[in-house]
Design a protein around this ligand. Structure first.
Ligand code: ADP
Length: 406
């Protein structure tokens, strides 16, 4: 009887032990599984975090503006490449304060101001260098869901080009007003003198009327050139590209200017090879040749020689040249003569009926054809104006886009 009871007891104990062992093993397996799952979740989280940071960094690096993120302690958390270039940062500044990273007290003061406001705060600062740059910095606090600051973001915007454009525009308006005022006040002066008695002297009256006519012609030329520049710059002109036989084309323009060249005793020699052709807008190309030839006559030597030449050039281009044997162009003026209203000798240009816009128009037109224009000159030995044009239609179907400056 006892033996049976003991046996049953042992069996029960063994069953309980087996059951516990099974439960313990199952729990251990479950624990290991959940640890694995936790590790995987952590890994996924790390990966997602890393990817989010990489995406943010890529986004930041794609920005033209400089961007910096500060953490709640005011230390640099993230910054982009534009900012590194802007301040020439070669070391890794992450973890530094803004003052340690970019030694500019105005930036530290800007970040300090954020502590007392939820608004965007700004400061303008100059960065020395070649060229010096003017930067606008906008800063804002980064707030969490409860509106508590969790750091700051600073965006650095380069204002240099905008300021340059503003000053170019102001200069342009001032120049235009000046150029318009001069002939207008002369016309007004002659008209008043005529009215106050000079009209009764036929000889004086004729002389004054001729002056009025000359100055009104100057005004007309100026306004026409201004309209051309404005149309070119606003992109209103679409090029109508055609094949141009250059020798014949240049000869016709030289013929149109024959009156002036004969008056100055200038010989025009056309050395452009008969087979040379370009792909260009006829009206615009006429303006280029006209302006360059007109200048060569105006500023070249009395009794001198002008040579028109051309040849094939690299990259499916032709290169053309208008040379004179006049006084030439000083080295420091060679780039500047293509700027609007720049003249080496203002009085001489005005006397010759110049507006100061001819070469700027030439540059616009040539560039819109995808070409280049430049001058070579030796003082006292003349000037040679070169320009290139496409030989064949552009395979990309480009019809020409006008640049926006000069
Ligand atoms: P402008 O109406 O005064 O001729 P342009 O833009 O055509 O204006 O030329 C700008 C300046 O470049 C001229 O005023 C002149 O001083 C100089 N220039 C242009 N062509 C020549 C040249 N062939 N020889 C010497 N100087 C020139």
């Amino acid at each position: 009887m006892w033996t049976a009871i003991v046996t049953i007891g042992l069996i029960v104990l063994a069953a309980v032990h087996l059951r516990r062992l099974h439960t313990w093993r199952r729990d251990r397996r479950l624990l290991a599984e959940s640890r694995r799952a936790l590790a995987q979740a952590e890994e996924r989280h790390r990966e997602a975090d890393f990817q989010a940071r990489a995406q943010l960094q890529t986004l930041f690096n794609g920005m033209v503006e400089g961007v910096m993120l500060l953490d709640p302690a005011g230390k640099v958390h993230l910054l982009n490449q534009s900012l590194e270039h802007l301040f020439n940062l070669v070391l890794d500044v992450r973890g530094m304060t803004i003052m340690e990273a970019i030694r500019r007290p105005e930036l530290a003061a800007l970040v300090e101001r954020l502590k007392s406001t939820r608004q965007v705060v700004s400061v303008e600062m100059e960065i020395n260098g070649a060229p010096p740059r003017l930067i606008e910095v906008n800063a804002a606090s980064v707030l969490d869901r409860d509106g508590q600051p969790q750091g700051a973001i600073l965006v650095f915007h380069d204002l240099t080009r905008i300021r340059q454009l503003e000053s170019t525009r102001r200069e342009f308006v001032a120049n235009v007003s000046h150029e318009l005022r001069t002939p207008l006040s002369l016309i007004k002066g002659y008209a008043e003198t005529l009215l106050s008695g000079a009209k009764d002297n036929p000889e004086v009256a004729t002389r004054f009327l001729q002056k009025i006519e000359r100055h009104s012609n100057r005004l007309t030329n100026l306004i026409e050139d201004l309209l051309t520049i404005s149309r070119l710059e606003s992109g209103q002109v679409t090029l109508k590209l055609n094949k141009v036989e250059l020798r014949e084309f240049a000869a016709r323009i030289a013929e149109d200017l024959q009156g002036r060249s004969i008056e100055k005793g200038v010989v025009i020699e056309n050395r452009i090879p008969p087979s040379l052709a370009a792909h260009a807008d006829l009206d615009r190309l006429q303006q280029v040749f006209f302006n360059l030839l007109d200048n060569a006559i105006k500023y070249g030597r009395t009794g001198g020689r002008i040579v028109l030449d051309g040849r094939d050039s690299l990259e499916n281009k032709v290169q053309l040249c208008v040379s004179d044997d006049g006084p030439g162009i000083p080295p420091d003026a060679r780039e500047r003569i293509f700027e609007r209203f720049y003249r080496i000798d203002k009085a001489r240009s005005r006397e010759a009926g110049g507006t100061g816009l001819g070469l700027s128009i030439v540059k616009h037109i040539v560039q819109s054809h995808g070409g280049e224009v430049w001058v070579e000159s030796e003082l006292g030995r003349g000037a040679s104006f070169f320009f290139t044009l496409p030989k064949e239609p552009d395979s990309s179907g480009r019809a020409g886009g006008f640049p926006t400056e000069h």
